[in-house]
Structures are given as C-alpha cells and as structure tokens.
Design a protein around this ligand. Sequence first.
Ligand code: FAD
Ligand code: MLT
Ligand code: ZN
Length: 506
Amino acid sequence: MFSSIRVKYSLILSSAKLVKRNYKGNHNAVELTKDRYKIKRNNYSVINDKDISFFENQIGKSYVVTNSDDIEGNNIDFLRSCRGNSQLLLKPKNEIEISQILKYCYSRNLAVCPQGGNTGLVGGSVPVFDEIIISLQRLNEIYSVDEITGIITCGSGCILENLENEAKNHGLRFPLDLGAKSTCQIGGNASTNAGGLRVIRYGSLHGSILGIETVLASGNILDLMSNFKKDNTGYHLKHLFIGCEGTLGIITKVAVLCPAISSSINVAFIALPSFEAVLKTFVKAKKYLGEILSACELIDEISFKRSVETFNLNPPISGYPFYMLIETSGSNNKHDEEKFNIFLNNGMENGEILDGTFTGEPGKISEIWKIRELVPVSLIEDGYCFKYDISLPLRDFYKIVLVMRERMKNFDVDVCGYGHIGDSNLHLNVACKGFSQDIYRKIEPFVFEYTSKLKGSVSAEHGIGFLKTKYLPFSKSDEAINLMRNIKTMLDPKNILNPYKVLPQE
Ligand code: FAD
Ligand code: MLT
Ligand code: ZN
C-alpha cells in the first residue's frame, strides 16, 4: 500500500501570498527598457497640463497620479526585466470612465498601457516609454454568482483569489488557479489567457469565459457579455480579446463558468528517479485517475531546492531528481482514494515512484501546493531570472533543460525546469545574480530556435508581451502575423493600445 510510505510531516510555511515588490528608492537597479533592449519611441504625443486637467475632471483628482515615486512600482514589472518611464497613472472606476479616457487618448494620439495586478512575466504590463498606465484595480466588483448555472459575473479588476473564495462560498470551484492568485486580476488573466494549474481538467479561459465587455481604442464599449456556453451567432469575437494582452481592447467585465466544487480532493507528492519515469507516471495518471485527475505538475531537483530553501519549507520528501504533484478532484472519496492507491502502488511496484506522500487533508494539501507555487518566486528572490515558458512534445520535454545546463556551464547560473507537464508546458528558468547581456545572448535566440525546431510554442501561457515580440515568427507563419497586424490596425488604427507588445516591431 502506498500509504505505508506516507510520511508524517508538518510544514510551517510562510504565506504563499506574493509580496508586492517595493521599488521605492531602488528604481535605478532596473535599467530602462528602451536602453536595455534598444527600442525607438513611436511618434505619439506627450502629455501636458491640459491632458492632466481633462483626466482629473473625468475621473477625479485622487485617481490621477503624477508623482513619480507613486508610479514607480507600476513602471517596473514583477521580474524586474522591464522598466518604463510613464509620468501618469490613471485609476478609472468603470467602463464609462475608461471609454472617456480612451476617446480622449485616441483624439490626442496618446499611447496607453492597461495594467492589472502587474504579475505578468513577459513585460506586457508596464509601459516601454511614457505610455499612460491605466490601472484596472477599481473595477473590482463581483456583480453576481449564479449557483444554478455556476456563472460568476464580475469587474475585470477582481483579484483572482477573491473570486476563488467567492466561488467556494457558493459551492463552486473557480476554473483558474495560479501562483500569483493573491495579486493578479481576472482581467489580466483573461487578456493573457492565463493557464495555470488546472488546465488539464478545466481547459483554458477560452472555454470558461462565456462573456466579456471590452472598451476599444476608439472608446466604444463592446458588450459581448453572455450567460451561455452555446452561442453560434457568427464570429466568436470574445476570443480576440482573450489572450490579446491589452493590444486590442481593455477588458472591463467578464462572465466565468465555474464547475461545482468537488467534495473529494486528494494530492500525492511523489519522487521519481528519471524523466522517463515521469512520462510513464503521467501516462498512468491519465489511465488510472482518468476523469478525476485535476492537476499534474513536474518539479525538478533544482526548482524543488530553490523553493524549499528560500522559504524554509519542511517538505515531506527530499533528495530526488524529479518530483510530481498529482491532484484528483472527485465526488466519492472512497472511490477516489481507491483509484489513487492502485495508481501509486503500480508506480512503486514498477520502480517509477520511489517515495512520496498522499493526503486528503486540506491543510496538508495546501502545504504541498506551496512547494510548487513558490518555485517562481524563489528563483527571483535574490537575483534575476530568465524565464522561458514553452510548449514542447512530451518525448523531448526535459532535454532542453540538460542542453541549457551544458550551454550555460561557464556562467554562475541555476538552470531548472518545472511546470504543467499535463499540458506539455515546460517552465525553463535560468536564475542568476542579475541581468547580464552575456547570459541573455547565450540563451536567446537559442532557446526559441530549439523550441521551433521541435514545433513547440515560444509561449505556452505567459504570452508574448514585450520580451518575446521578436520571437513570434518562431511560432507563427508570416501569413498569420499579417492577419494579426490587420486585425490590430482595424481595431486600433493609431496603435495607442499597449504599443511595442505582441506584434514584432516593423
Ligand atoms: P498584468 O500583469 O497586469 O498584465 C498582463 C497583460 O495583460 C499586460 O499585457 C496588460 O497590458 C494586460 N492587461 C491586464 N489587465 C487588462 C485588462 N483588464 N484589459 C486588457 N488588458 C489587460 N501565468 C500563467 O498563465 N500560469 C501560471 O501558472 C502563472 N503563474 C504565475 C505565478 C507567479 C508567482 C507569477 C508572478 C506569475 C504567474 N503567471 C502565470 C503570470 C501572470 O500571473 C499571469 O499572466 C496573469 O494572468 C497576469 O494577470 P495580471 O492581472 O497581473 O495582469
Ligand atoms: C508557474 O507555473 O509557476 C508560472 O507559470 C510561473 C512561472 O513560470 O514561473
Ligand atoms: Zn505556469
């Protein structure tokens, strides 16, 4: 029985909440994007006092921020990879105010950068030059929770964790969950088509978001709100805004379909001797756990160590090359445990699973999840991290980590891999003391060329943002990129919405 290797443990973890990084007085540590990446400013207007007065009249003086110290945190991204120089942060309260702002910006040729929780990992959420930052944080109202249909309707500035809790209060499970939940907003999630930890079970936001309201560059409000899963009335326009990273419109409302909460949730955290054993275990998880499988995550040795050591965790097992976190969500605990036991015992008998722990206790489950969720934060805690979020065929999934380790052997870096193996999505990370052009050039474009040769995707879930625009052609044909440009020009002819993002500079 697998339970015989159940390890008694008690993890005393620091809160998984993402600590908002404090940039005050430290902004010089992050180079300006325009200098680091040698970008030329487009020919936009520059804000003047008249513009500020206009915005103050429209949305109220206290929501128009011009003090550079107060804007600093909004100019720098979570990874400290990009830093803009915006002089103006606007905090509108609803779609009407956003519409007025955009109408004005459109007429004045002023560029804007929509910003949610600023947890994005590709530099999309911060300005490149002096774009006006439009924060969505005040659109944080939950309008309705329908327990019959399972639909939650809310403002785009709602924090993901608040939505998860609200869903739970109504017997629902929010279909999206990710490590940045305490800070990221549903509008940011929608506009990046965030993946996260349970895509294997609940699919992507393209499926879960039933309706969306967006303000276009012209200031027109496009109401695509819907409470129905089925609606084949012509082109499916909402999908253009899901994943557009703020370049086609500013999302102001969403309707999200949530499944019923599962009464039985179990998690196993297991150790494996090799990547081959990881693949075999994944195949068996699908076979034995089938319809109750709700997460299947991989953590390699270095990722594990970074998370555990940085946050002083007390993990149930340690000292192995690979770990997997496997979660099931079902409705019959006896039945689910039985399935899990068969799966785990089979893996142990065949030598694919070396050790592990299995639990259905909510407290322990969340302690185990923290080991996985804190990996990204641990990699940037006292330095810098080059992050790659790629889709790769499973057979070749982990090879790139080894290739990269060899390639980077003369640098003082930690190369590690973790991620959503259940979705063929690897997070390849190169953690180092600080940003260095030498390291940067050694990794890029190599990593994208490698990915492209395997017909993978250069962005599985974080998006293209600013950091990957030049690499879009590695995953999209010229024809596809031209069509994207045409759509962008049609919806935003002056290119004022989040410029320098997603599409490669011409
Ligand atoms: P921001 O970072 O503020 O913005 C992201 C992009 O969306 C920008 O281009 C911005 O302009 C645009 N945008 C934001 N709000 C709006 C809006 N209302 N309308 C139009 N455009 C808008 N991502 C994953 O996919 N899966 C993960 O598992 C995952 N885990 C993470 C874990 C950690 C610890 C961290 C720090 C990040 C993680 N991310 C993950 C990345 C990030 O959290 C997601 O991309 C998230 O969806 C961004 O939401 P946000 O509100 O912070 O958006
Ligand atoms: C994750 O899965 O943890 C996120 O996508 C963040 C990351 O890639 O580090
Ligand atoms: Zn991820």
